[in-house]
Design a protein around this ligand. Structure first.
Ligand code: C5P
Length: 222
């Protein structure tokens, strides 16, 4: 098929979803937040006390997990077995457990298959860690995002603070550093830049400038 796929990968909290949403909205493409899927799976594992080292349990859990996106306004609205979990998946218990869960081969296999189905025939912007390398190696546009770790932690802090006044900048910084380490060193499709991905360091540029940059990269395919 000749649908357009834009893959946006990079470290934790460096503005992938902000750019991906803006781009999808501007182009009227579908937006898929792949991280939300791993987070929802993690929430299910936490609630059901799934032992991540027990492959049988993991596989059975995956069979009982049904995820759905409702992205009518280009925000991430995800349901886990019919329940809206979009806010809960952002909280620390999930953030602290998502990297080990997403490192499980069976989990990745299932999520990647679902993601590939979503991008088979429609124009799509998907953000994550392995979209340009594993999920859509033939994506027309691949962007690899990075930013100064302190700036990233501050941005995430400002985002979480209003709803979670107990959260500290320090714990967010630690969590980001920890997830980046786990995500880049895991065996199953680790976070890395696809050879043909364009690097975008957004430490010092505005969201508008990032959108402009991405739109220029997509333009030749429209
Ligand atoms: O994008 P977000 O920070 O919400 O992703 C949460 C976690 O999910 C990441 O730290 C990573 O462990 C995992 N993830 C992944 N592959 C993706 C997207 C997210 O392993 N494509």
């Amino acid at each position: 098929s000749n649908n357009i796929v834009v893959a946006i990968d990079g470290y934790s909290s460096c503005g992938k979803s902000t750019l991906a949403k803006a781009l999808a909205k501007n182009l009227h493409f579908i937006y898929v937040d792949s991280g939300a899927m791993y987070r929802a799976v993690t929430l299910y594992f936490l609630r059901h006390n799934i032992d991540i080292h027990n492959t049988g349990q993991v596989v059975e859990a995956l069979e009982n997990i049904h995820l759905n996106f409702h992205s009518r306004d280009y925000e991430t609205h995800i349901t886990l077995n019919g329940e809206e979990v979009s806010d809960e998946i952002r909280l620390m218990p999930v953030s602290e457990n998502v990297s080990p869960v997403s490192a499980i081969r069976e989990v990745r296999k299932e999520m990647v298959a679902q993601q590939q189905r979503m991008g088979r025939s429609k124009n799509i912007v998907m953000d994550g860690r392995d979209i340009g390398t594993t999920v859509f190696p033939n994506a027309q546009v691949k962007i690899f995002m990075t930013a100064d770790p302190k700036i990233r932690a501050e941005r995430r802090y400002k985002e979480l603070m209003p709803k979670n006044p107990d959260v500290t900048l320090e714990e967010i910084f630690e969590n980001l550093a920890h997830r980046d380490y786990s995500d880049t060193t895991r065996k199953e499709s680790p976070l890395m830049r696809a050879e043909d991905a364009i690097i975008l360091d957004n430490t010092n540029i505005t969201p508008e400038q990032q959108l402009e940059f991405a739109l220029q990269k997509v333009a030749p395919f429209l």
